[in-house]
Ligand binder design. Structure first.
Ligand SMILES: [Zn+2]
Length: 558
């Protein structure tokens, strides 16, 4: 064989894979040897390159940020689907992956981009059972507000320059899910949750500093108001299986998300607040499955991208293998929630206050810390890491139970003048009706005994705690009042948003104007005296029989 033919044969043998390998784009993180992370424009360019190279990925947007940056949505599907209706008709399970909600926490964004490329190549079989939606850069304004990692993410080990936590309106998007003030939240409610209704959502983060021995920690939805079936499945089946797989097959130690109060003498390993303000808890309120993923801030950037990626791969593999079971549990949750609201099965008591409880005492791996000669401004010795690890046996407090609860009503009457409340309910995809005539019936009202506003602003609001006593009274509900039934698949979310003593819209001040309050301060808290005696939202004992019209119109973003 002469040399020319030999060369031709060698090229022929190499051609398909070698050429293909050169065609697929590489991420900024890969190209920079994990020195850098992508800008929003680079995320868009990478997704476009994937699509042009022939990946089964459609690139679109769900809206724009406050500063006008695109919120890119990649739809990975084979054969292609481009709408929720097509996805439903295909019988495949819709999974939603979200990166960069806290935009300094960048490895989720990079891991999602790599995974999207693999869905075109080595992991294409995952698309046999799944449609994968991905918003890799959910907070593009925060992402592009680049600064030194030491400034924007003090506890984080690289990359050199990262974005900021908040969005351009200075909102923490992971506290915004119920009040939905941020354009990013509104876009995702309208263009992801209300439309695609993903069966499983994964929210990708980086931890904030606790020195422990795990590369990644995770949590299921924690909000006990949500339907139990989907949440318990994530907590008790899916996550333990994923933990075993990652530890045994990848040698990446994982554990349930937590924190210790005292690194030297830890008393317990505690998760975070269960409220629906947080994305994965919010998804649980909707009766869908969700996983919080927190890569370990002290691991280097490349390691964090790798472990986030591996976790995502195994989550998708698990979802694909259990698609029918996941779908069955969620349909059952929808059915059960609707029946409860209708009173066809007993109405549950649901939490307005919570207690964190332990699943048991377990070994927890923590880094050994020592007191350094440095002192804090308060004169305490700073703790320095040693690179050594120890195992302590402490209670693992990874869940919540109700400490104060209220029965789920048949619905809520919201007065005609309740400002933005009906609009926000529609944005969540909740069915809202409107009374066309007066209706007289027994309703439950809350006689206000105290209104207490937090003196310090949080996310631009003085949070309001309402206390009162409930009584059953005969009232005429005037025509024009909104009625929000709990007999709908989102009935538990209705409770979370509207129960006066809960953590929903009243807490965020959305009824302050109706309360006509006058503020005064006492003992550090701001107390209001209300000119109304009764809280303006009433609980329905039964659905009204008056003529009502269903509020039409897209839940749509604005
Ligand atoms: Zn975060």
């Amino acid at each position: 064989m002469n040399a020319r033919i030999q060369t031709l044969l060698a090229i022929a043998a190499l051609a398909p894979s070698a050429l293909a390998a050169q065609t697929w784009p590489r991420t900024v993180a890969e190209r920079s040897n994990y020195d850098s992370t992508s800008t929003t424009a680079q995320v868009g360019a990478f997704l476009d390159s994937l699509q042009i190279a022939g990946a089964p990925v459609a690139v679109t947007t769900i809206g724009r940020s406050a500063e006008g940056r695109p919120l890119y949505l990649a739809i990975a599907s084979d054969p292609a689907v481009t709408s929720p209706a097509e996805a439903a008709a295909s019988g495949r399970l819709v999974v939603y992956l979200q990166g960069n909600i806290h935009a300094g926490e960048v490895e989720g964004k990079e891991a999602v981009l790599i995974l999207l490329r693999e869905l075109a190549t080595t992991r294409r079989e995952l698309l046999d059972r799944l449609v994968v939606l991905a918003v890799p850069d959910y907070n593009p304004d925060g992402n592009d507000a680049f600064g030194p990692v030491a400034v924007n993410r003090g506890e984080q080990n690289g990359p050199v320059v990262v974005g900021q936590r908040a969005d351009a309106l200075n909102l923490d998007l992971n506290r915004d899910y119920l009040k939905a003030e941020a354009p990013e939240t509104r876009a995702s409610l309208a263009r992801i949750y209300d439309t695609w209704d993903p069966a499983l959502m994964v929210d990708l983060h980086t931890t904030d500093g606790t020195r422990h021995g795990y590369l990644l920690t995770y949590a299921p939805p924690l909000e006990p108001i949500g339907p139990a079936g989907p949440t318990n499945y994530v907590r008790d089946q899916m996550l333990p299986a994923l933990q075993r797989t990652l530890t045994e097959r990848y040698h990446e130690p994982l554990f349930v998300y937590g924190d210790v109060d005292d690194q030297m003498q830890p008393a317990s390993w505690d998760t975070y607040a269960p409220l629906g303000w947080y994305g994965t808890n919010y998804v649980g309120l909707r009766g869908r499955m969700a996983i919080l993923s927190e890569a370990y801030a002290h691991a280097d950037f490349k390691t964090r991208v790798q472990v986030s990626h591996d976790f995502l791969v195994e989550i998708l593999a698990y979802a694909a293998a259990h698609a029918d079971e996941i779908r069955r549990l969620e349909r059952e949750a929808d059915r059960q929630t609707t029946l409860e609201g209708a009173g066809a099965v007993p109405r549950p008591d649901l939490a307005v206050q919570y207690s964190m409880v332990s699943r048991g005492t377990e070994p927890v791996v923590l880094e050994v810390m020592q007191q350094s000669p440095d002192t804090t401004p308060r004169g305490r010795h700073r703790l320095a890491p040693t690179g050594q690890y120890r195992t302590v046996r402490i209670p693992v407090r990874d869940r919540f139970v109700d400490s104060v609860s209220r029965p789920l009503p048949a619905g809520y009457f919201v007065p005609a003048g309740a400002g933005d409340v009906p609009r926000v309910l529609r944005l969540h995809g909740i069915e809202v009706e409107r009374l066309e005539a007066d209706w007289t019936d027994t309703v439950e009202t809350l006689g206000i005994t105290q209104l207490a506003w937090q003196p310090r602003e949080f996310q631009g609001h003085h949070l309001l705690a309402v206390t009162g006593t409930t009584s059953r009274v005969v009232h005429t509900v005037p025509a024009g009042t909104w009625f929000v039934p709990t007999a709908q698949p989102l009935g538990r979310l209705v409770f979370a948003l509207l129960e006066p003593e809960g953590w929903g819209l009243a807490r965020w001040g959305m009824l302050d104007r109706l309360l006509g309050s006058e503020f005064g301060t006492y003992s550090g808290l701001v107390y209001g005296s209300s000119r109304v005696q009764e809280f303006p939202i009433w609980r329905a004992v039964r659905a009204p029989l008056a003529p009502m019209r269903v509020v039409q119109g897209a839940s749509g973003e604005d």
